[in-house]
Design a protein around this ligand. Sequence first.
Ligand SMILES: CC(=O)[C@@H](O)[C@H](O)COP(=O)(O)O
Ligand SMILES: NCC(=O)COP(=O)(O)O
Length: 239
Amino acid sequence: MAKLSVNINKIATLRNSRGGNNPDLLKVALDCERFGAEGITVHPRPDERHIRYQDVFDLKAAISTEFNIEGNCREQKFVDLVLANKPAQVTLVPDAEGQITSNHGWDTIKNQDYLKEMVNMFHKEGIRVSIFIDPAREMIEAAKTTGTDRIELYTESYASNFPKDPVTAIAPYIQAAHTANKLGLGINAGHDLDLQNLKYFADNIPNLLEVSIGHALISDALYLGLENTVQMYLRQLND
Ligand SMILES: CC(=O)[C@@H](O)[C@H](O)COP(=O)(O)O
Ligand SMILES: NCC(=O)COP(=O)(O)O
């Protein structure tokens, strides 16, 4: 069964909009765990518009499930933050400066040597590495040569095409999963997964290990409540 890691960036966005501590990010993370989430994901960005660097230290000290820190390893501040906190997993994402949200995976062919160095450095500190990637065979094959433990499949195109044609939407992801499985790479996935598209994805991707979900899950929680929402997402993965 794939694990559910709740991305709490949006809770930090709401908190930061008023400058106080409401909602309390730590409490939300602990509540997500209490409600059944198997991991917490954060994606600190250089402008700290949602997750602040201090949040990462505070979360690391408080949570007991798997901590996944996503971000751009070309930012030295991000690398230092990850090394100082030693999460269970770091997910390397190739964000351009000022990007609203992540919108592409790594070109693992062009950046092969650089990624190798990064993977090596995080491995020396005992941190599992996942590389954020589009579902393309050549990118997955090149990812394998970096020594990464896992890839995270960028699911935006699956999510946007799912409503009109689920079979076509998932086809490249099934191919990608077969390639990754053959190479012995673990498979994570994320971006725009939601209560409509998650079950079909999880049912069709062989050996899916983990999904990280934030935007839709936190939005659903406004209507459904956080406890109920976390459990509804868990059911999409486990039923
Ligand atoms: C890596 C990824 O897919 C993104 O979902 C990201 O983690 C979300 O970041 P924002 O919350 O800043 O949009
Ligand atoms: N890695 C993807 C993630 O953490 C959350 O993405 P989203 O659900 O906010 O699109």
